[in-house]
Design a binder for this molecule. Sequence first.
Ligand code: HEC
Length: 209
Amino acid sequence: MRHTFKLSLLVLSIGLYQPVAQASCAAAAQECRVNAIKGHEELGLNNYVSWPWLTGYEASGLHWNQFISLSMNKGIKEYKHNYALYLQSFLNDEDEDDEDEEEAEAAKPNYKTYPVGTTIVKENYLSDQGKPGNLSSVTVMHKREKGFDSGSGDWEYFQFGADGQLFFRGGSKKLVVKHSCHSCHMNVADRDFVFATMLSVQTNDGDLE
Ligand code: HEC
């Protein structure tokens, strides 16, 4: 009897020492998101989870097996407009002949540029058995004043760790930004450097300000 009691205590304590698995954010519920970034009030980043949420958790085509989530403080109308045009051009590409190139050129989509002060936050989640797991990083684009980075849309790029630590920030002329961010985003210069390929949650068009 005594032995059994001791044994159960032992089992219990081993049980208690087991590392607690971090809860996975499997449900598409806003409550799963924890504001990762502390500070950077000038961008409003200390409260980005309260901003309009454009996506839920989307499987990213770019990073296989990862999930992303997008929030914006303003420029939502422009994002939606560009997303619709992106979908259209995607559909048009499917049945387009090479001979129609001139025609396609003439019908270039009329993408909108984003207002100064637009901040787009992309959370990147690891996959946990095919569902969104732990946050791995937060990447941000912030539209600065005219002349901040002429020819590159005046965007400032930021990369934060899951703990909110800033890894780097800057415009396209900064080497780390050029290689890590801008080299890709420059492919959509016609869309003001924002891919706008995802939209899955109904948000109203209202900007925060
Ligand atoms: C390999 C190409 C590539 C690189 C490098 C890259 N991105 Fe992106 N980014 C994309 C694509 C593609 C999307 C659209 C969403 C998706 O498919 O994942 C995107 C989306 C985004 C978005 C959401 C707005 C949008 O464009 O639709 C932000 C914000 C963003 N990236 C910031 C960054 C930052 C900051 C860096 C550097 C730390 C970076 N990206 C590096 C390709 C890239």
